[in-house]
Ligand binder design. Sequence first.
Ligand SMILES: [Zn+2]
Length: 312
Amino acid sequence: MPICIECRFPVEALYTAYSKADDRSLGKGVRLTQCPRCKRFADKYVEHDFVVLFIDLVLIKPQVYRHLLFNRLGRDDDKFDRSILRLGILLLLFDVYLTWARIEKLSLPPSSPHLSSPSTTTPSSATSPHHPSPQTTNAALLQAQPLILQYLFFLLLVLSSTLSFHLPIRLLCSLNPLHIPSPLRSLYRRLVPYYPHPTPLSTALLVSSCTKLFPILLIIWDYDLPSSATAVSWAVIVNNIAALEILMDCGYLRAGVLVGLGAGLRSAVADFVLRGVGLGTGWAEGVGDQVPLGGRRVADVVGLVRGVLGKG
Ligand SMILES: [Zn+2]
């Protein structure tokens, strides 16, 4: 049953079509339902097009999430809507491209046998750790493999990290607190919401990951890819938390705990796979480098935002 996107009150229908002769896409012949509780339109997004939905999604408006999760993509049979499957594939393929471009530029681990000897590296690369030459980055190891193998590797890497993000969240939410031993039960209830419908959970996580499509702008503006990827991944995490909170109405703390656990496991799996094949993970810099590196990342993100605002 659809709900009012303003106050979550269930409504019979979102609109009434009173004339079939008019074009519904132009908003003619359709009367939006007024919510009996809050007296506002139950779902104004019925009339809005995809661009408005996408902008409001990026702005994390709860109403647009309720419209998508409950009124448009929600199904009674607990199966994925076809458009969500398509979105999932699109996000996966896009993530492969982004991950590939990001990992390629990271430094190889210091112990890697693929590191070129110092005599073959140029002096500028030896003195600039923040802009390593291709001989000292993961690209040196990756480009020794056929292109198809590189693609399959990144496809598997992204697939396994996506699964390791979705599965623990689905599992934790489906665990009935009554089956937890009583000393831990109240803590578990406080930290993890009970929501035994895994499909809407994955739908919410996929819809809120749409921000991942933003780096498409990188095709227009040439930015430093690793820092843009960092900014985008933080934006996606904020969207993920908001989407879970709106879906389950569970408070930001519990949504944050779930997304934090999922994201932690995701980066652990990606780290494990990358180390397993001998690629650098970006965490290999010395402890002394950590602070300036962090500061540089922040400066990069600020520069990126300034650039977008200035050029936009
Ligand atoms: Zn209402």
